[in-house]
Design a protein around this ligand. Structure first.
Ligand code: SF4
Length: 335
């Protein structure tokens, strides 16, 4: 039996571990104290409103395997080629020698405080899509003074497609997430006005376009093509928004009870750190693969593989498929 190290127990790490553990011994390292933290945070998943906790439970059950050793609170600080093996070093200085390493260190959410002009962390009525996900989950969509909001505004592309933040890429998931959350808010607040401010809507996935149409026709979600340049607080603690309607070419002002910032995805600290240490650091801190078309799980280092959103923003579905692909490539390599 060969030994494989997988760094990161998100959906990519767990899925690939469950496949590789059929013929190998897998050491699964996770730096936090729990697995799947990015899924557990969510209420429902687009486009079909599946329960996030049910998906997490199903993934979790794949860890019940004698060939998988899950190590929580175990940060990997270095990965070094050691002849034909790899040496994985944890934060306590302990070394593990393995035949192959799979990096699945994933993403982190853009810190909305970096867009100071939008008021996150300053005004209570400004929240992020992650905060909104929790509000929906606990059925508590309220404004800054715990009252039912009459007007909720979503703003797309916060920390993505943005020179100032240093992130020119599209995070891929926030357009459809805004539509999904707007529908969920409508179900909870039938009387509220709900707006989505967008640059352009990227409904690229299966059923995304249908969800977007349904959001307008069935749930009365209103779409404004424009960017919000500034948010401030009014005397009655509403949020005053300054924006430009780029279709009509006119500046506009609006007050809202809740402004939801659709924050993008960035490479996680672990992804950036291991990418640089292993010589596979790529654009924006995501890891670089050998070639994008034919060898998208391989790296330029033999025996070092990557999967999931440590490479770029991906949906959970894409992550799972990519993890399966990585498991297949690693099995081949070990043979
Ligand atoms: S998915 Fe939509 S909201 Fe997210 S960065 Fe791309 S265009 Fe902007």
């Amino acid at each position: 039996m060969k030994k494989i190290a997988i760094i990161g127990a998100g959906p990519a790490g767990i899925e690939s571990a469950s496949i590789l553990a059929k013929d190998n011994e897998v050491l699964l390292f996770e730096k936090s104290t729990a697995v799947l933290s990015n899924i557990i945070d969510k209420a429902y998943l687009f486009p079909d409103f599946s329960s996030a906790s049910e998906i997490a439970d199903k993934l979790n059950s794949k860890l019940i395997n004698d060939n998988i050793t899950l190590m929580l609170n175990k940060e990997v600080v270095d990965i070094v080629k050691n002849d034909s093996e790899w040496k994985v070093v944890d934060k306590d200085g302990k070394n593990y020698f393995v035949s192959a390493v799979l990096i699945t260190t994933g993403y982190q959410i853009f810190d909305a405080r970096r867009k100071e002009e939008l008021g996150y962390g300053i005004y209570k009525g400004v929240v992020t899509s992650i905060d909104m996900e929790r509000m929906i989950r606990y059925n508590q969509v309220v404004n800054s003074i715990n009252e039912t909001p009459k007007r909720v505004v979503f703003l797309q592309c916060v920390g993505s497609r943005d020179e100032k933040s240093g992130n020119r890429y599209c995070s891929k998931l926030c357009c459809v997430t805004a539509v999904k959350q707007a529908i969920e808010v409508r179900k909870l607040l039938p009387e509220a006005e709900i707006y989505i401010f967008y640059m352009d809507l990227r409904m690229w996935g299966q059923h995304f376009e249908e969800l977007y149409r349904e959001s307008q026709e069935k749930y009365d979600i209103r779409f404004v093509r424009g960017r919000i340049s500034e948010a401030s607080s009014t005397f009655d603690r509403k949020i005053q928004i300054k924006a430009e309607d780029t279709l009509l070419g006119v500046p506009m002002k609006m007050t809202a009870d809740l402004l939801v910032l659709m924050v993008g995805m960035e490479a996680s600290c672990g992804t950036k750190d291991l990418g640089v240490k292993c010589g596979i650091g790529g654009e924006y801190g995501f890891v670089k693969t050998a070639t994008p078309h034919l060898c998208d799980n391989e790296t330029t280092e033999q025996g070092l593989f990557v999967a999931g959103s440590c490479k770029r923003p991906m949906t959970i579905n894409d992550v799972i498929n990519d993890a399966r692909s990585a498991a297949c490539v690693i099995s081949d390599y070990l043979k």
